[in-house]
Design a protein around this ligand. Structure first.
Ligand code: IPD
Ligand code: CA
Ligand code: CA
Length: 255
C-alpha cells in the first residue's frame, strides 16, 4: 500500500527539480549571492525552497519545516527537512551532480527520504521498514569489503580543518581505497545506497544535506552514523554512511 507522505515528497521533489531545471535556462535563475567562500545561493535555491514550503503548508499544515535557505518554521516535533538544491555550485555550472532533498522526522526518528537529481534522471526514495528504491526499482548497498576495490566519497567542510581532510585522504589511499568528491552530499549518499561506492563521509554536515540520504541508505541495507535528533536540526555534525564494512571504513575516515 502507498505511503501518503512518501508519495507527496516524491511528487514535490519532482516538481521542485523541474523548477530548478527551468530556472537555470533563465538568467535570473542564476543570480548569485555568496554566503561564504565557495558557498553560493541562487534565485533558484530560494524559489525551489518556497515551492516545497508552500506545498507542505497546504498539505501538512501542522508539521514544522527546516530548510537551508529559510531556517526552521513551526514548533511541532514532526519536521520536514529540506535542501532545495544540494550541490548549488555544480548546478550553477551545469555539472549534473545536484539534487533536491526532502526528509521527514516524525518527532521520534527520521522516517522518510527522497532525493531527486534531475540531470541524472534519478529519484531515490525510502520509508523506514520498506526497501529503498531508485526510479521504482529496489536498491541495496554494495557487498564489497576488500579495501583495494572500495570507493569512499568525501565531503569537505570549511568548519573543519584542512589538515584533517588531507590526513583522511592519505589514510584512505594508503589503505588501498580510492576516494571521490562529488560536491553534493545527497549524490554521495545516494551512491552508497545504490552500491556504486562503499561509503560517504563528511566531518560537519547539516541536517538538510543528510536527512533524506540517511533514510535511503539505511533502507538499502547500509549503516549510518549522524548526530542525534532533534539536536541535529540545530547543529551540524559528523555524518557517515556505508555498506556492511562501516566499522573499518569509519576508522579510516575519522581523525
Ligand atoms: C553542500 C554540498 C557539499 C557539502 C557541503 C554542503 P550546498 O551543500 O552538499 O557537497 O560538502 O557541506 O553544504 O551548499 O550545495 O547545498
Ligand atoms: Ca546542501
Ligand atoms: Ca543547498
Amino acid at each position: 500500500m502507498g505511503d501518503t507522505r512518501l508519495e507527496f515528497a516524491e511528487a514535490i521533489a519532482r516538481q521542485a527539480g523541474q523548477l530548478a531545471v527551468d530556472l537555470r535556462q533563465h538568467p535570473d535563475g542564476l543570480e548569485i549571492d555568496t554566503k561564504g567562500p565557495q558557498d553560493f545561493v541562487t534565485a533558484a535555491d530560494l524559489a525551489v525552497e518556497t515551492l516545497i514550503r508552500e506545498a507542505i503548508a497546504a498539505r501538512f499544515p501542522e508539521d514544522a519545516v527546516l530548510g537551508e535557505e529559510g531556517g526552521l518554521s513551526g514548533d511541532a516535533a514532526a519536521c520536514w527537512i529540506i535542501d532545495p538544491i544540494d550541490g548549488t555550485a555544480n548546478y550553477m555550472r551545469g555539472i549534473p551532480d545536484w539534487a533536491v532533498s526532502i526528509g521527514y522526522f516524525d518527532g521520534m526518528e527520521l522516517t522518510h527520504g527522497v532525493i531527486f537529481a534531475p540531470d541524472l534522471g534519478a529519484l531515490a526514495s525510502a520509508r523506514n521498514g520498506q526497501p529503498a528504491r531508485l526510479n521504482g526499482a529496489q536498491i541495496s548497498v554494495s557487498d564489497r569489503s576488500d579495501l583495494g576495490h572500495s570507493l569512499v566519497v568525501l565531503g569537505y567542510s570549511q568548519r573543519v580543518g584542512l589538515s584533517d581532510h588531507l590526513d583522511r585522504i592519505g589514510r584512505l589511499l594508503e589503505s588501498g581505497c580510492e576516494y571521490r568528491r562529488q560536491g553534493a552530499a545527497t549524490i554521495g549518499l545516494m551512491s552508497v545506497a545504490i552500491g556504486r561506492v562503499e561509503a560517504y563521509y563528511e566531518p560537519s554536515l547539516n541536517a538538510w544535506d543528510a536527512a533524506a540520504g540517511l533514510v535511503i541508505v539505511r533502507a538499502a541495507g547500509g549503516s549510518v552514523s549522524a548526530p542525534a535528533f532533534p539536536d541535529f536540526l540545530q547543529t551540524p555534525g559528523e555524518v557517515m554512511a556505508a555498506n556492511r564494512n562501516m566499522d573499518r571504513l569509519a576508522t579510516l575516515c575519522r581523525n
